[in-house]
Design a protein around this ligand. Structure first.
Ligand SMILES: Nc1ncnc2c1ncn2[C@@H]1O[C@H](COP(=O)(O)OP(=O)(O)OP(=O)(O)O)[C@@H](O)[C@H]1O
Length: 297
């Protein structure tokens, strides 16, 4: 087993009396994208900042490339950080800002190529203060990519981007992953995690409530079947549980295939299942379960 790029063991972070991160564990392997999801104030940014080496843990062990990021600044040469707020000088142009960022990296930076990669080549002479919110996020991303980091921290990277820019950013991140870059991502867009993450964790109130590969996380939660029938229709026995509200039936089941087969066989030729929908648990179902703290495995 190779050494993980990121290893976090029993991490705790306090702000005064408030314990924002309450004992979390996770690992991120080389070339993997790990998504930290969670409710507001769950502790994602605090965790991210600690792994970046910008915050000292109250307790626990954090290792990045096998080193303590708080003590050993040398790992910063290998990391790129996209913060939630870049804090640019508004008077500088996009190109000047990127050149300045490039000068701060220890590896040679292809400034023009990076601006082109984030779709800002045509905006290079525009002053930063004149950029839209989404364009600023793309400039944030460009600065994180300068110096070709081995490990990239993306803190809500596509907030404020229009759908086209968001998709272009996802393609860019996929390209980086294909080249072996490791990524730690936080996002409120569940679709972003569904599309990009190899593994994920959902945080709530400082703890990891759910973690694992996306397929495993979804498979561990009940699928849904929904349809309308006439009031009072007696249903066949199912593995899952059916909830009837008027004419609407909602089944939550651990065995989607079996219950769907049972229902279709039972209905065939005698009952019309109007508005039939059947799907595995979505990340939104899992997330809602975490929020409501009524996870049904
Ligand atoms: N500098 C600080 N001083 C005191 N409390 C803080 C500080 N920064 C964060 N907190 C608190 O710590 C908790 C975790 O905050 P954090 O920003 O890590 O959460 P988050 O999951 O990133 O939230 P969001 O999704 O809303 O950005 C919150 O209750 C927040 O109010």
């Amino acid at each position: 087993m190779t050494t993980p790029v990121i290893s976090v063991r029993d991490l705790r972070c306090r702000y005064g009396q408030h314990e924002a991160v309450r004992g979390i564990d996770f690992e991120v392997q080389a070339g993997e994208l790990f998504a930290l999801l969670g409710t507001n104030g769950a502790g994602k940014t605090t965790t991210m900042e600690t792994v970046e080496g910008h915050r000292e843990p109250s307790s626990g062990v954090v290792r990045v490339f096998g080193r303590d990021p708080w003590q050993d600044r040398s790992i910063r040469r290998r990391t790129g950080i996209m913060l939630q707020e870049g804090g640019f000088a508004g008077d500088l142009t996009v190109l000047e800002t990127a050149r300045l960022g490039g000068a701060l990296t220890t590896r040679p930076s292809d400034v023009d190529g990076t601006l082109a990669a984030v779709g800002l080549a045509g905006r290079r002479d525009v002053r930063v203060r004149q950029l839209s919110g989404g364009e600023r996020r793309r400039l944030d991303l460009a600065l994180a990519l300068l110096g070709e980091p081995d490990l990239l921290f993306l803190d809500e990277p596509t907030t404020g981007m229009d759908p086209e820019s968001r998709r272009a950013t996802w393609d860019l991140v996929r390209g980086l992953l294909a080249r072996g870059t490791t990524v730690l991502l936080t996002t409120h867009y569940l679709e972003e995690a569904e599309r990009l993450a190899h593994r994920l964790a959902i945080m709530h109130e400082g703890r990891i409530a759910v973690s694992g590969r996306l397929v495993d996380v979804l498979a561990a939660h009940r699928a849904r079947i929904g349809f309308d029938v006439q009031r009072g229709t007696a249903l066949p026995p199912l593995v899952g549980t059916a909830e009837v509200t008027g004419t609407r039936v909602e089944v939550r089941t651990p065995d989607l295939q079996r219950d769907l087969h049972t229902l279709l066989t039972w209905a065939d030729g005698r009952v019309e299942l109007r508005g039939l929908r059947a799907h595995h648990a979505t990340l939104e179902d899992v997330f809602r379960g975490v929020r409501e703290e009524v996870l049904v495995a």
